[in-house]
Design a protein around this ligand. Structure first.
Ligand code: ADP
Length: 177
């Protein structure tokens, strides 16, 4: 039988990250091309606390991470305070918004609420190391990549649940004891 320590060193980020292979795909936003209505739709369909922002669905190259609460506030504000913003208005997380046709509705710029350096590990990072980083930096979530492609996300709760499963312990007693 393996000791607990041996087991912890063998557990990798890919064993804890979501989505699990049988789950629906990771829900991401793209840095350009989505409308206010589409992003509101994504938020209505899911209850995640945040969303990775990628260059494109095809590339899955990570640009940053945006919190749901910041998105809600910013889109509400844009609709209320920014003249002419409608569901069809395009949302840009880019620094430089490309010139838009004069006929379209005004765009919404959300670069300001993007965390441009979200913490990331690779799928093969041992969880012992990831856990150490979570503790030391007080992270709430961390993104998982492979060769620069975004694969998944690990939240603090995911780790607590995983560890509790491993040891049949109370999740709350693990991370901050
Ligand atoms: P918490 O884990 O604290 O409840 P969330 O509500 O953000 O935080 O996440 C709930 C679950 O969904 C977690 O297992 C997490 O890994 C996963 N998750 C978080 N964000 C996303 C996302 N954008 N796409 C898919 N799964 C996600």
């Amino acid at each position: 039988l393996e000791t607990k320590e041996e087991y912890e060193h063998k557990t990798l980020a890919q064993d804890v990250m979501r989505p699990r292979p049988s789950d629906p795909l990771l829900v991401v936003l793209t840095q350009e091309g989505m409308s206010v209505g589409e992003i509101e739709g994504v938020m209505a369909d899911t209850d995640y606390s945040g969303f990775p922002v990628v260059v494109s669905q095809e590339s899955q190259r990570l640009v940053g991470f945006v919190l749901r609460r910041d998105l809600v506030i910013s889109l509400d504000n844009a609709r209320k305070r920014q003249e002419g913003v409608v569901s069809a208005s395009l949302v840009f997380f880019l620094e430089h918004v490309p010139p838009q046709p004069f006929s379209g509705p005004p765009v919404v710029k959300l670069r300001g609420i993007l965390d441009l350096s979200p913490f990331t590990v690779t799928d093969h990072t041992p969880m012992a190391i990831a856990l150490d980083i979570f503790r030391k930096l007080g992270l709430r979530q961390c993104l998982v990549t492979h060769n620069g492609r975004l694969l998944g996300i690990i939240t603090k709760k995911d780790i607590l649940k995983h560890m509790a499963q491993m040891s049949n312990r109370d999740p709350d007693s693990i991370l901050f004891n």
